[in-house]
Design a protein around this ligand. Structure first.
Ligand code: APR
Length: 252
């Protein structure tokens, strides 16, 4: 890793007034969370995402989709945040405004102590009513779900319960996306970690920050991703390795 680039990044971060951190699946890799596709192993290898991660798939085979997400939810609850998650949480003590915008559904940023986290794709540890009968999202605790069916049902309207994640063919939560865009418009520094930069609309956020506010973009990824060409600094390496070193250098 290029030490000069790390030092430059630390210098920029130290002065950041409105920092946005955008994270993707690579952020969670060192915690042992497989990406959606990596998780299609064993019994699940015969399926493709369209059979498991769309509202249509759920309507066709609610039990199958529910069991797939329950398996992944249990896995998420077994793992721990890593040093990179804790380093991002530690930024809150050093900078006036830090918001994490994540595409991950595992909740690891909050578990590491970050307090301002926008979950663009929802949270796999939560459940909601499939009909969103009390407004979107109608969140439901597992303990309040009713019936003997798999999936169990919403206690208010009797519709099936489902995971609180964004499926293919669904809109992102409007409030989360609006706030994410607004923060990117006003950010002076954007730290991008572990995203391939191909899944929209999340991938467009760094472009928004660059074009409208001329934010300084720092990208952390072991491989050059789609966003790297517009970034001011590319830090090649993993989240668990680079982020703690960055915070250390900020303090030096
Ligand atoms: N640290 C940092 N980055 C890493 C690491 C690591 N340890 N390991 C891998 N990466 C990088 C990869 O090089 C890749 O660029 O993380 C990126 C992961 O890319 P994707 O799997 O495409 O993840 P993401 O960009 O989050 O995809 C967005 O797609 O499947 C949907 O909803 C799902 O949120 C996900 C979305």
């Amino acid at each position: 890793m290029n030490t000069a680039a790390l030092q430059d990044a630390a210098r920029v971060l130290r002065r950041a007034k409105r920092l946005v951190v955008l994270t993707g699946a690579g952020m969670s890799k060192e915690s042992g969370i497989p990406t959606f596709r990596d998780a299609l192993e064993g019994l699940w290898a015969q399926f493709d995402p369209e059979e498991l991660a769309t509202p249509q798939a759920f309507q066709r085979n609610p039990r199958l989709v529910w069991e797939w997400y329950e398996m992944r939810r249990r896995r998420v609850l077994e793992v721990q945040p890593h040093a990179g998650h804790y380093a991002l949480a530690a930024l809150e003590k050093r900078l006036p405004h830090v918001t994490i915008i994540t595409q991950n559904v595992d909740g690891l940023h909050r578990r590491a102590g970050s307090t301002d986290v926008i979950e663009l794709h929802g949270n796999i540890t939560q459940h909601k009513c499939f009909a969103d009968c009390r407004g979107a999202p109608t969140l439901l605790a597992l303990s309040e779900l009713i019936g003997d069916s798999v999936p169990p049902r919403c206690p208010h309207c009797g519709a099936y319960a489902r995971p609180n994640v964004v499926w293919f063919n669904e809109f992102l939560p409007a409030e989360a996306l609006t706030r994410a865009r607004d923060l990117c418009l006003r950010a002076d520094v954007v730290l991008i970690v572990g995203t391939s930069g191909v899944v929209q609309p999340a991938a467009s956020l760094p472009y928004l920050a660059k074009r409208s506010g001329n934010a300084f973009l720092i990208d952390v990824n072991p491989e050059r991703d789609e966003i790297a060409p517009i970034c001011d600094l590319f830090l090649q390496g993993t989240a668990g390795n680079i982020l703690p070193r960055l915070v250390e250098l900020m303090d030096a």
